[in-house]
Design a protein around this ligand. Structure first.
Ligand code: ADP
Ligand code: MG
Length: 266
């Protein structure tokens, strides 16, 4: 130690480096921003969009959403139907906290997304939202149960009981007997059930589904819709995007989006 100290003192290069380190250690650190509480606010709507617009700054600019108002209460199940290019993905990205509006306000569980930085948005996504996609998005080289457990790993949840919770979620959607299979060995309908089980771990406030039956045949679509109806009967809140009117017809609330304008049907 003494020899090392001597050599630092003698070598101007190392002395400068040591001094820089010391100064850096002494510099006052910026205080970390206080973490906002992102737990669900039970009295707020799950989603509240007020006059939301999203204009892409392309040349020419594209007004993908124009003055969208939507309130999703706890337990609501809402279909959004619209043709290609009408703004469905843009809307889902905003509600899913993957993008921000360029006008208006978007509140998720009472929190205005404009007040959150990127880390806080990611935390909110992890805590409050479950995503289901048309293409299932399962990891091909992980077993069914590993796919479900991984969503908790990414969220940083409690390790103990992770396997049991994943198995419970798989039971809830009726594919627990396939827990140790690779996704490729399952039918499309079973894979989508696994994706739903994955989305349900962590008890999200809102399940966001983007064309969840888009890759399923009619028999699997029917059984998927029955599963959604069960989840909704159990109190799940859902926003489902589809271009299939017969799928939308099974949701208690139906809206249409055309040219970035949302209309609700009685
Ligand atoms: P949908 O999901 O209903 O097919 P989108 O929300 O993807 O519609 O797109 C709505 C409109 O915004 C379309 O005209 C599309 O071309 C345009 N759009 C989407 N993303 C971008 C982008 N990143 N830059 C410019 N225009 C975009
Ligand atoms: Mg789309």
């Amino acid at each position: 130690m003494a020899a090392r100290a001597r050599s630092v003192a003698r070598d101007p290069e190392r002395r400068r480096a040591a001094l820089t380190r010391q100064r850096a250690a002494e510099r006052p650190r910026p205080r970390p921003r206080p973490r906002r509480e992102l737990a669900p606010h039970p009295d707020s709507p799950v989603v509240e969009l007020r006059n939301v617009s999203r204009t892409y700054g392309s040349e020419p600019p594209v007004r993908a959403l124009r003055g969208v108002d939507l309130v999703v209460q706890r337990g609501d199940a809402i279909a959004i139907v619209g043709p290609s290019g009408s703004g469905k993905s843009t809307l889902l990205n905003i509600v899913g906290c993957l993008d921000r509006p360029t006008g208006g306000r978007c509140l998720i569980d009472g929190t205005d997304v404009a007040s959150l930085d990127e880390d806080e948005l990611a935390a909110l996504r992890g805590r409050l939202l479950g995503f289901v996609f048309q293409t299932f998005n399962l990891l091909a080289h992980r077993t069914v149960i590993e796919n479900v457990m991984l969503s908790e790993v990414y969220r940083g949840g409690d390790r103990t009981g992770r396997r049991e919770r994943a198995l419970e979620a798989l039971e809830r959607v009726g594919v627990a007997e396939r827990a140790d299979f690779l996704p490729g060995k399952l039918s499309g309908g079973q894979q989508q059930r696994v994706a739903i089980a994955r989305a349900l771990t962590g008890a999200p406030s809102l399940l966001l589904c983007d064309e969840p039956t888009g890759n399923l045949d009619s028999a699997n679509t029917e059984s998927m819709l029955e599963l959604f109806e069960e989840l909704v009967a159990g109190g799940m809140t859902m926003l489902l995007i589809t271009h299939d009117d017969s799928v939308a017809a099974r949701m208690p609330r139906r809206t249409t989006i055309v040219d970035g304008r949302l209309t609700e049907h009685a």
